[in-house]
Write a protein that binds this ligand. Structure first.
Ligand code: ADP
Length: 276
């Protein structure tokens, strides 16, 4: 990898479902972007847009998941190399609780570490230690032996975050991770994410239907156009959340509400096809 190589690049990426059939449907069209690699920092990209405009498709393509990958056109590169499927360098957190129901919290966090033990060069003791450390970091110490059905929605998302971050991915993909949670829990999870992000310094892509969440978490926000999805508008240079400052406090500041209003106005303009 040469210095300055972007961490993620999409070049003219299009995804057409059922291409060449009467059911052909273009989910995303000609999407190009490049995310710089800031060593020791990472970026936080908030993605919003009308439902069905291809936001999840973009994340799943970048994850390299089989149902989505490869794109119909274009190329996706990570650290300058075309991807050819999933990789340990990309972690994913879904909206729906994605832990294995038959494994405990500990078993779930250890699972990915075990699967990748050779690549990570870990012994069984190191796997156990790393899993315990991540369970503690996401605030689940004392819940190690519970099964997913014994946990609240917020706790289940904490497991999903621990499972992903334990593998130290340079890129974290989050698909509406907090959408199913009540508002106080969502704010708690935002605070947790900010705290962990300061530590792991990954590049995070977060799809959310909450403009406030995208503006709060993102240093860059993309607004997608209605289908076929494209990045219709990009807002850069948003202030990053400060670890230790409660999200509710930060989100009450006038500059925050002004930024949310500006993004909401742009969102509405794009949603209605450019009409004010
Ligand atoms: P968003 O995340 O913005 O709500 P998605 O990326 O989930 O949008 O979906 C974009 C479009 O692609 C939707 O119209 C959806 O129905 C379609 N789509 C998603 N997955 C498939 C699939 N496996 N087969 C056919 N169409 C799909």
């Amino acid at each position: 990898m040469t210095p300055g190589t972007p961490i993620v690049e999409f070049s003219h990426v299009t995804k057409i479902w059922h291409e060449g059939t009467p059911q052909a449907f273009t989910a995303i069209e000609d999407v190009s972007f490049s995310i710089e690699d800031f060593p020791g920092r990472g970026e936080f990209i908030g993605i919003v847009g009308p439902s069905g405009c291809g936001k999840s498709t973009l994340l799943n393509l970048l994850a390299g998941f089989r149902e989505f990958f490869p794109p119909s056109r274009g190329e996706i590169r990570v650290h300058g190399q075309p991807i050819c499927g999933p990789g340990i360098d990309r972690g994913m957190v879904f909206q729906k609780y994605s832990s294995f129901p038959h494994l405990t919290v500990e078993g779930n966090v250890r699972f990915g570490l075990r699967l990748n033990r050779k690549t990570l060069g870990l012994t069984e003791e190191e796997i156990a230690a790393s899993a315990s450390e991540w369970i503690r970091k996401v605030g689940l110490a004392g819940h190690e032996h519970k099964y997913p059905h014994q946990l609240s929605g917020g706790q289940q998302q904490r497991v999903a975050i621990a499972r992903s971050l334990a593998l130290k991915p340079g890129i974290l993909l989050m698909d509406e991770p907090f959408s199913a949670l009540d508002e106080p829990t969502r704010l708690e999870m935002q605070a947790l994410l900010v705290e962990l992000w300061a530590e792991v310094q990954a590049t995070v892509f977060i799809v959310t239907h909450s403009i406030a969440e995208a503006v709060y978490l993102g240093d860059r926000v993309w607004i997608f156009s209605p289908s076929p999805g494209r990045i219709a508008h990009e807002i850069r240079g948003l202030p990053l959340p400060v670890p230790g400052v409660p999200p509710l406090e930060a989100q009450r500041k006038p500059e925050f509400t002004a930024a949310v209003e500006a993004v909401s106005a742009e969102f509405r303009r794009i949603e209605t096809g450019g009409r004010k």
